[in-house]
Design a protein around this ligand. Structure first.
Ligand code: NAD
Length: 491
């Protein structure tokens, strides 16, 4: 039996024993996860710096804070999320208990990406624990320092049978994917997403695919271009452009391109100084393979800002390319690096066509002072999320479902959305054995009279709790009496 098979089997045995289900256990594990974050802060920060050149405060801001908020929210709301959810009834079920009961799915596989190795791997785990599941956690081997810290230290805080960490690359992941899971939560690229979905299909396992793609930013000429460029600069170059929701490229009219380039240049200098290479808050490309991939995308492009690179440090300066066309190499795949192409369009109509001719993005950013124009972009395109006049900040709101559509992913998460995603929302109807007379409406023979009454009763939706119980019972009894008189006595 392979190591991966053993791990999954142990998780399943512990799940079947019911260990992960009690709310008290879920709360206690979530609190331990919080302790892990605070007590092992130094290890987490150091590993992120070694993997991606992130600064201490950068890791706290973009990885740990979002996790802390997510965990505290789950602890606070757990009882509410896990409680039965009463639903609207019809008159035929008015005296019954009708509700949705969230229940754990079983054993979840979480496969993480390397760009925010802590956040993208542990955020789904928060929801998996809250929903009462076991979860096998597979961090990316590319962010190897973070993966090692996760493997060594997380088991000191969490139940290691229920929430084991498995490290390794493609072969270990493929071995894991041969096992049977009850849900696979994958964060990564579309190509591997297809591999995951194919493997999941063998067991009919549901998947959540948090993928990437090319997220456009349209800058309307009717906007504060300086502010737009500042916000885009922040969203693009944080973590050296290795952010799934980074604006991948800019669309704007040719008449404002020079102004846009000038403002981008100014913001890059304001944020990262004249020498981003020595600036603490400017990161590095994760490895040489990705360094070479990003440099190759820049080939043949016209550099307007930046363009320096140093292979020995996997450093690429914040770079802006101008006069880029839709068919150039840099527009053919997700850049996932600090290179920002500016593509000219004739206006919002062409921008919308440009976006719609390509795969559905994870996010569409639109910068404009014109609410109608923002409304048009929203109505005439599709993407995982739409953000007007800012970048990235939608990720800070757990109430907003986060996820892609089409090629940018399927399923969404954050806060209660993760809880629901990793739960089975079980429909429950609990009836008593009395009031049998009412049921005669649906028993044969199916007369026109019975059909008419059933129709009336089913169409009259009653909000639970709106009518007082006594009134409801009275209504039920009169319906029963009527039915007995009208249908049963006649034989
Ligand atoms: P990736 O697809 O290369 O790898 C993701 C995971 O899959 C890793 O754990 C890796 O070990 C595993 N893996 C790689 N090849 C495999 C194979 N052939 N079979 C089985 N498993 C395999 O992605 P990445 O390079 O780690 O991350 C970058 C991508 O992730 C970008 O496209 C980015 O946009 C996306 N991303 C999306 C989100 C989101 O929330 N939507 C967040 C972060 C990153």
């Amino acid at each position: 039996m392979s190591r991966e098979e053993q791990v999954v089997q142990r998780a399943r045995t512990s799940f079947r024993a019911g260990r992960s289900r009690p709310l008290q256990h879920r709360r206690q594990q979530l609190k331990s996860l919080l302790s892990f974050l605070s007590e092992r802060r130094r290890d987490i920060i150091d590993s992120s710096r070694r993997d991606l050149g992130k600064s201490d405060n950068g890791t706290e801001l973009f990885e740990m804070l979002v996790l802390e908020v997510e965990i505290k929210l789950a602890i606070e709301k757990l009882a509410e999320w896990a409680a039965p959810r009463p639903v609207e009834k019809n008159l035929l079920t008015i005296s019954d208990q009708v509700y949705v009961q969230p229940e754990p799915l079983g054993v979840v596989l979480i496969i993480g990406a390397w760009n925010y190795p802590w956040a993208v791997t542990l955020l789904p785990l928060v929801g998996a624990i809250a929903a009462g599941n076991a979860a096998v956690v597979k961090p990316s081997e590319v962010s190897s320092h973070s993966a090692r810290v996760m493997e060594e230290l997380l088991p000191l805080y969490l139940d290691k049978d229920l929430y084991p960490v498995v490290t390794g690359g493609m072969s270990e992941t493929q071995e894991l994917l041969k096992q049977r899971f009850d849900h696979i939560f994958f964060t990564g690229g579309s190509a591997v997403g297809k591999v995951v979905m194919k493997a999941a299909a063998r067991h009919l396992t549901p998947v959540t695919l948090e993928l990437g793609g090319k997220s456009p930013a349209y800058i309307d000429k009717n906007c504060d271009i300086a502010v737009a460029c500042r916000r885009i600069t922040w969203g693009k170059f944080v973590n050296c452009g290795q952010t799934c929701i980074a604006p991948d490229y800019i669309l704007c009219e040719a008449s404002i391109q020079d102004r846009v380039l000038e403002e981008l240049k100014r913001s890059i200098k304001d944020f990262y100084t004249d020498d981003p290479k020595t600036f603490q808050d400017y990161g590095r490309i994760v490895n040489q393979r990705h360094f070479k991939r990003v440099l190759a995308l820049m080939e043949g492009g016209t550099v307007a800002v930046g363009g320096d690179a140093d292979e020995s440090q996997c450093y690429i300066a914040p770079t802006v390319l101008k006069d880029v066309t839709g068919d150039s190499d840099v527009m053919k795949e997700e850049i996932f690096g600090p290179v920002l192409p500016v593509v000219s369009v004739s206006g919002v109509d062409e921008a919308i066509d440009f976006i719609n001719e390509r795969e559905k993005p994870l996010v569409i950013y639109v910068f404009s002072s014109d609410g109608k124009l923002i409304g048009r972009v929203k109505a005439e395109t599709s993407s995982g999320s739409l953000l007007a006049n800012d970048c990235l900040v939608h990720f800070t709101i757990p109430a907003l479902p986060f996820g892609g559509v089409g090629n940018s992913g399927m399923g969404c998460y954050r806060g209660r959305h993760t809880f629901d995603r990793l739960s089975h929302l079980r429909s429950c109807l609990i009836k008593q054995l009395n009031l049998e007379a009412v049921n005669s409406l649906r028993y044969p023979p199916h007369t026109a009279g019975k059909l008419g009454w059933t129709r009336r009763l089913l169409l009259l939706q009653v909000k639970q709790g709106r009518l007082r119980r006594a009134a409801l019972l009275a209504m039920m009894l009169s319906v029963a009496a009527f039915v007995v008189q009208r249908f049963l006595r006649r034989g």
